[in-house]
Ligand binder design. Structure first.
Ligand SMILES: *Cc1c(COP(=O)(O)O)cnc(C)c1O
Length: 348
């Protein structure tokens, strides 16, 4: 295609993808991530209508995954004035803590990670990377102690003359969700371009979910695009109702952060988001015994995706989402698997 410099007269001439790409952010992710056809895997599992992998494991920065896109917005430049420290929280093998520590180092900031439970000794997987990336690790006994400990750390940083930016769990905030609204527009663009020969129907999109920011962004993106793929979100830990509630709150909370050109009418967009959420399915029946504990189905999925697709799944999130895909696939509509990353946990 010949590219003539066509200057839009008006922001209303820009597509949702172009408008979302223009939101202020700190560029970290390698995007667009590829949308890879997986023909051998599709044939093996009977996905006659096709199977595609949206490879967000390959966002690249800090070893990649979905947290990179969320942090680009959470750490947008205007929020970093005078900031000296990033403070965040997670479990001992947190992917989010890994990427936040990498972002802090990249930006020349200090980083404190509030980790519930003791990191393995010697540290492995993400715990080793938290250390390699130079983060200070503060251990607390329980998940419920994390927010208080983050606030305390921010206060002591302030008392020492610094300024902390506290990044909530998973960077799952309304701002962080914008990263996945953008990803949804990117995916839509890739599908429309592939569509002529490959993807004729709206796909079923499978994605792992926990703190809800990714799902929130997908819903917001679907609403902005007026696009209706079936979204199947697969919990890695929490009950479906709580993930659904959190994601809806985040998606609606993100609406005021959009440029006016994207929101001609706030009530209409809000009901489109609600509709996307209603049409989606949130599954809690692939968690098994709990967060990070493999199930028979997640181990089978890991083996099938690996041996028949060359796709490496992680044991905490994507293997459970892939187990859901294998169980729920109907073969009539194309499936898209959003690979959210998490590879370091294979080496925990
Ligand atoms: C954090 C994470 C998720 C869940 O994303 P949320 O936005 O917290 O719902 C899924 N997959 C991987 C690999 C993750 O690290």
């Amino acid at each position: 295609m010949t590219q003539h410099a066509h200057m839009p007269r008006d922001r209303r001439d820009l597509s949702p993808l172009q408008l979302l790409a223009r939101l202020p952010r700190t560029h970290l992710a390698h995007t667009p991530t590829p949308l890879l056809p997986a023909p051998a895997l599709a044939a093996h599992i009977g996905a006659q209508a096709g199977l595609f992998i949206k490879a967000d494991a390959w966002t690249g920065f800090g070893l990649g995954g979905n947290k990179v896109r969320k942090l680009e917005h959470e750490l947008s430049p205007e929020r970093l004035d005078d900031v000296t420290h990033l403070v965040t929280a997670g479990g001992p093998q947190s992917n989010h803590c890994r990427v936040t520590a990498a972002a802090a180092a990249h930006l020349g900031l200090s980083c404190t990670l509030v980790i519930n439970g003791r990191p393995p000794e010697p540290p492995t997987g993400n715990a080793a990377l938290h250390r390699l990336l130079g983060a200070e690790v503060v251990s607390v006994a329980d998940r419920s102690d994390r927010n208080g400990a983050m606030e305390e750390r921010a206060e002591s940083i302030a008392a020492g003359g610094g300024k902390a930016l506290v990044v909530p769990l998973g960077a799952s905030t309304p701002r962080g969700a914008l990263g996945y609204a953008h990803a949804m527009a990117e995916l839509h663009d890739q599908i429309v371009r592939a569509g002529e020969n490959q993807l004729k129907d709206d796909p079923v999109l499978f994605v792992a979910a926990s703190s809800g920011g990714t799902l929130a962004g997908l819903w917001l993106g679907a609403a902005l695009l007026n696009w209706h793929p079936t979204i199947v979100a697969v919990s890695a830990d929490d009950p479906a109702s709580s993930i659904r509630g959190k994601a809806l709150e985040l998606a609606i909370g993100a609406i005021p952060l959009l440029p006016p050109a994207m929101v001609p009418d706030r009530a209409t967009l809000q009901s489109a988001v609600q509709r996307a959420a209603t049409e989606a399915s949130v599954r809690e029946d692939f968690v098994g015994d709990g967060y990070g504990l493999p199930t028979r189905e997640s181990e089978d999925a890991t083996s099938i995706f690996g041996r028949h697709g060359g796709i490496v799944l992680d044991p905490v999130y994507t293997s459970k989402a892939a187990a859901a895909l294998l169980a729920l696939l109907d073969g009539k509509r194309p499936a898209v698997f959003l690979h959210t990353g998490g590879h370091p946990a294979l080496f925990r």
